[in-house]
Design a protein around this ligand. Sequence first.
Ligand SMILES: *Cc1c(COP(=O)(O)O)cnc(C)c1O
Length: 360
Amino acid sequence: MGRIFNFSAGPATLPLEVLEQARDEMTDWQGRGVSVMEISHRSKAFINVAAQAEADVRELLAVPDDYAVLFLQGGATQQFALLPMNLAAPGQVVDYVVTGQWSKKAAAEARAVSKVNVVADGAAGNFTDVPARASWRLSDGAAYVHYCPNETIGGLEFHEVPDVGMAPLVADMSSTILSRPVDVRKFGVIYAGAQKNIGPAGLVLMIVRRDLLDRVPETVPPILRYASQAKEGSMLNTPPTYSWYIAGLVFQWLKRQGGLACMAEVNRRKAAKLYQAIDGSGYYRNPVAKAHRSWMNVPFTLPDAELDAVFLSEAAAAGLAELKGHRSVGGMRASIYNAMPEAGVDALVAFMADFARRHG
Ligand SMILES: *Cc1c(COP(=O)(O)O)cnc(C)c1O
């Protein structure tokens, strides 16, 4: 069996070229007779891997020098807790924009250590739209404002960075990072779990404006401090070396694709094809406000939920896998991250049209 088109929301498909390179290098990396995961993280060979990955992601995202780039572990969810611990003084208010399941979870974790102000909450509209900016209630003196630029479950994306005034903007970019260029300067912190657009699960990429590193209260243990990780090159303890290496291969692959401006063009086109297939079908439906439809995660429903199982099994038979929607939304969800080839979207669109013809 060859490769299928894998629409999993995460852990998600990786570029085939990256997997092939990793396979070829698995047992004998750089002619050393070992794999990259069997060497010391302090060795010169691995330090080079780590430094090259950092340099490449800095280049891809045009990260300014006054931002630290960290490769941490524990997933994005662990950062939901570490962010308020590192950035807020005890008792200080932190602002959260809640536009879906992930920003809601981020706020819930923060509540254990900080005073959370929910600036806006899209729950009443079932997270299908971003509450109007004019309705947001930002607090005075918030340590930061947190939001999730792309809600992976609801398929709701901000296509512009919101203006939140003076407080540093903290963004959970897990499912949209590297899908298009961003102006890093607009953010205090950008972070992303790796398993959507970067590499293996468990790794987290963090981009932190350096002045924010000094905020950490003394009560936070060193291993949990961004400042200590920045000082030690994210090697306070053994980092997830193999994941870091794979992330580096993905960054090089992105550079070979022409960088993020080129990725944005392809991603915009892939998403447009899929939304067109949904809207133009008179059969499928996507509930998200058009201005906020995600380029990465496209949920859609069939007219009759009874057909979901048939759709999924026929799609799987056609080599289109992992299309089942999240239980909170129902229906289907096609995740079309950077590594999903345009041919995969074309195949899905063709399958959807054929399915609607046969079952409509
Ligand atoms: C997947 C995801 C997470 C959770 O990542 P973990 O690595 O499982 O902690 C958080 N936020 C967003 C936006 C995600 O897509």
